[in-house]
Design a protein around this ligand. Sequence first.
Ligand code: SAM
Ligand code: ASE
Length: 348
Amino acid sequence: MAEHLSQSELDYPFKLLEYFNGFRISKVIFSACEQGVFDLLLQSQKPLSAAEVARELGTSEDGMERLLDALVGVEVLEVELTQGTAYYSSTDVANLYLAKNSAKSLYDMIIYQSQTIYPLWNNLGDAVREGKNQNEKTFGLSSEDIFSAIYRSEEEMLKFMGLMNSSWVIDGHDVVNAFDLSRFKSIVDVGGCSGALARELAKAYPASTLTVLDLPEVIQTAQKHFSQSDDTIKFLEGDFFKEDLPAADLYVLARIIHDWKEEKSLMLLRKIHAACNSGGGVLLVEAMLLENHRGPIMAQLFSLNMLVQTEGKEQPPSHYTRLLTAAGFTDVGVCRTGKSYDTILALK
Ligand code: SAM
Ligand code: ASE
C-alpha cells in the first residue's frame, strides 16, 4: 500500500485513503483472530486453500477467501498458487503474535480491541463533543465509576485483565530495565492487575520481593486465571484510594495516573510518598507524549482512548514531573524506551 507515497497527496490522496480504511484493516485482523485463522494455519503445518480453512472453521468459502486475500494484502499471510488453487500460510510474525497460544501472543489484546474498544470508538465524536467517556452510551453504564464500567461482568474483567497482561509480553523487558532497580528490595506494583509486569520485575530483580496490590475481585481473578506454577510474586487485596498502602522501597504505577483526574492522581502520589521507606521511590510507566504534544502517534491515540473510556489522559514527562514534585518526590529521571511505554523514576 505504501508504494505510492512518493507521489504528491495533492495528485491523489493515497495516504488519506489508507487512513480512512484503517478501521477495515483492524477488523480484518480482529475477525481472523476471532475465527481462529492464525491458530489453524499454525497447527496445519502446511498451506491450506480457502475451501479447507472455511470447512475447518465452519464459515462460508467465499467470505473466507476474501478475508484470506485481504490478510495477504496487508502481508500478514502469504499465498502460493498450485495448479490454479491458492494455498495460504502464516508469516513468522503472525505465528508469533497472532496465534492464540504462542509465546508472545497478542490475542487477548486483539479481542479487547475488537469487542470493547471498537464499540467505544464508535462514539468518539460524542466523546469529543461532550469531553467525557462513553461508557453510558456504549454499554448503558454510569460514566462516573470507571472501573465498575470496565469490570461490568466477570467476562469483561477477564478480557480487560487479558489486555493488560498481554502488553507486558512485548513491552515488559524494556520497561523493567529502563532503570537499574536492583537496590529496591521490596517492590509493590500498585494496581498491578494480573501480575504480568510484577513477574517481569521479579525475573529482572530476583533479590527483590514483588507484591501486586489491586481490588479484591481483581486479585482473586488474577490468582484463579493468571497465576503461574513458578510464581514468586505475592498478591494483596486493597483499594488504593480508600485504604493505607503497605511500606515498600519502590512503588510501581503502570498505566494508573493516566486513568484519573489530576486531584485523584496527586492524592495517590502523596499517599505513596507517605508510605515509602526513606531512600525509596516510585516508578511511573505510561505512554508519554512529547512535550509539544506532536507525537508519538500511539500516545496521541491512547489519549483519545482514555477520553472514551476513563476520566484521564496521556501527558508529557513534564506533567508527571510536576505531580511527583508536588507529592514530595525528588531526583526525577525520565527514560524513553522508543516503544509504546516510557518510564519515570523519582526518589523520596
Ligand atoms: N498496572 C497494570 C498494567 O499496567 O498492566 C494495570 C493497569 S489498569 C489500567 C489499572 C489498574 O488499577 C487495574 O488493574 C484496576 O483494577 C486497578 N485499580 C483501579 N482502581 C483501583 C483502586 N481503587 N484500588 C486498587 N486498584 C485499583
Ligand atoms: C487504561 C489503559 C487502557 C484504561 C483503559 C484502557 C488500554 C485500553 N483501555 O489504563 C490500553 C492502552 N490503550 C489502548 C488503546 O490499547
